[in-house]
Ligand binder design. Structure first.
Ligand code: 4AD
Length: 447
């Protein structure tokens, strides 16, 4: 049969061949199609070659039988190199043994570009090597699965907040304020002024909540933290809802509903990906609201009983402490009412005990650590002004923020969910470096 192209359409033996993606294979069973793909791997004998193909939308096996395609095409298929780009033509077959359900009986292979000496081979590679090759590592099945889970979490986030009456608002990235303290800021010049890269959009989201009621943001966040742990990125993405007329407990309800919704969406829409990642999905199936709550004081008591005598009232919990607390539950757990001294200036004191604030950190199960930080915000103008002074913050910089309490102040609450830690937990990936396409880590700005 002769292959030819007229006006971008491929004809093969006089028949028009449709170009499809691998994810569309189910709609073309028994039909001859062309797929633009990369070669992941191949196996071949004297008579048959198996091509593992990927196109971003999925993975499929192409089977090339010498007796059917002839000497030339079979030779070409056998000589294909890893990550070469191809147009593969063939008939779609249903195949239960394939993890993706379909197979392609190949009739033709056209090489678009031959890849020579692709550095990431099927053997094991060290982390630094993979990180240096992140631009290529992203093509692997595992990284593909993590990015798909990440995308599903983002999709479900928009769906959840849009369905629940929230408006998406975009706070600025270049700011003059530092809601989470001044030690972890990326400094830059803003013409003649000083500016910082945003470490949280919260203060702006509070202004937005006074205009739109319930709002959420989703944007890049920067922390110049000199932490080299499996939970810390220098640049990460945060989802920050803020709700007018919501008190502390109202906000916890939104958090547990939101996290449950995201987990259940991933379970439903990322079955293949969770399978590729080897995720124990029975652990995720249990993630349904309500979530348990424990106060800081009770958590401290629990830790002392467990033999952690390195920590006193007023100390922050480190990751071993968080992990020990989380191990007692099979759902995420809220640790509430932390000492005022540990938390930022804007948090509302507990009306029954001013030494603690109406805040909660949500700790994921299985050792993945804190995924949410949130609180009720101070809505009394005088108290907020006092806190700004105590924290030695510049009153001119926070003038607008204080004015939110001058004109129709209302109780309000909000929180921030770290996307990458959430992706790590739901995917069952050890380190956050695999949960963002191009991680920014201490000592890593390449690629
Ligand atoms: O607890 P954090 O610092 O809270 C805030 O920034 C609040 N202003 C949010 C708000 O109330 N609107 O950060 C919130 C979450 C953490 O729970 C964690 O998931 C994530 O952001 N996070 C990080 N993720 C990766 N790398 C880092 N260095 C992170 N720091 C915080």
């Amino acid at each position: 049969r002769v292959a030819y192209i007229i006006k971008g359409c491929k004809f093969f033996g006089g028949i028009l061949i449709v170009k499809i993606t691998i994810s569309e294979a189910s709609k073309h069973v028994g039909k001859e199609v062309t797929i633009g793909a990369w070669l992941v791997n191949k196996r071949s004998s004297g008579k048959i070659a198996f091509l593992q193909l990927r196109d971003g939308s999925g993975f499929i096996q192409g089977v090339v039988v010498k007796a059917e395609v002839g000497e030339d095409i079979f030779k070409k298929a056998k000589a294909l190199t890893q990550e070469s780009s191809l147009y593969v033509t063939g008939t779609v077959q249903e195949d239960e043994r394939s993890p993706f359900g379909y197979e392609l009986t190949v009739t033709d292979v056209e090489v678009i570009h031959e890849a020579v000496d692709y550095p990431i081979t099927p053997k094991e590679h060290g982390t630094e090597f993979l990180m240096d090759n992140r631009h290529l590592w992203l093509r692997s099945k595992r990284q593909h699965a993590v990015m798909k889970v990440r995308n599903e979490i983002i999709r479900a986030t928009y769906e959840f907040f849009n369905h629940n009456g929230f408006t998406k608002v975009d706070p600025p990235i270049l700011t003059g304020s530092a809601p989470e303290g001044t030690t972890e800021l990326f400094h830059t010049k803003y013409f003649d002024e000083d500016a910082f890269l945003s470490q949280s959009g919260q203060l702006y989201m509070e202004a937005a909540a006074m205009a739109l009621g319930k709002v959420f943001s989703f944007g890049p966040t920067f922390r110049a933290e000199k932490s080299k742990t499996r939970r810390h990125l220098i640049e990460f993405w945060m989802i920050e809802p803020e709700m007018a007329f919501y008190q502390f407990e109202d906000s916890l309800k939104v958090q547990e509903e939101y996290v449950s919704y995201v987990v259940q969406s991933v379970l439903e829409n990322c079955k293949l990906e969770l399978n590729v990642l080897g995720r124990d999905t029975s652990k995720l199936e249990q993630i349904k609201a309500p979530f348990p709550r424990i106060t800081y004081d009770d958590a401290l008591k629990f830790l002392h009983e467990k033999g952690f005598d390195d920590i006193q009232w007023g100390d922050d919990f480190g990751s071993p402490h968080e992990t020990a607390i989380a191990e007692s539950y099979d759902k995420p757990v809220f640790i509430t009412h932390y000492p005022t001294s540990l938390k930022p200036f804007y948090m509302q004191p507990d009306p029954t005990n001013a030494d603690v604030v109406l805040c909660a950190d949500l700790i994921a199960p299985e050792g993945y650590g804190e995924i949410i930080g949130g609180s009720e915000r101070i809505h009394d103008q005088e108290l907020l002004a006092q806190r700004v002074a105590e924290h030695e913050l510049d009153t001119e910089t926070y003038k607008w923020y204080l004015e939110l309490r001058k004109y129709g102040s209302v109780p309000h609450s909000g929180f921030g969910l770290g996307l990458e830690r959430t992706v790590a937990w739901i995917s069952g990936v050890e380190h956050v470096r695999e949960t963002i396409p191009f991680p920014r880590l201490l000592n890593r700005l390449y690629p």
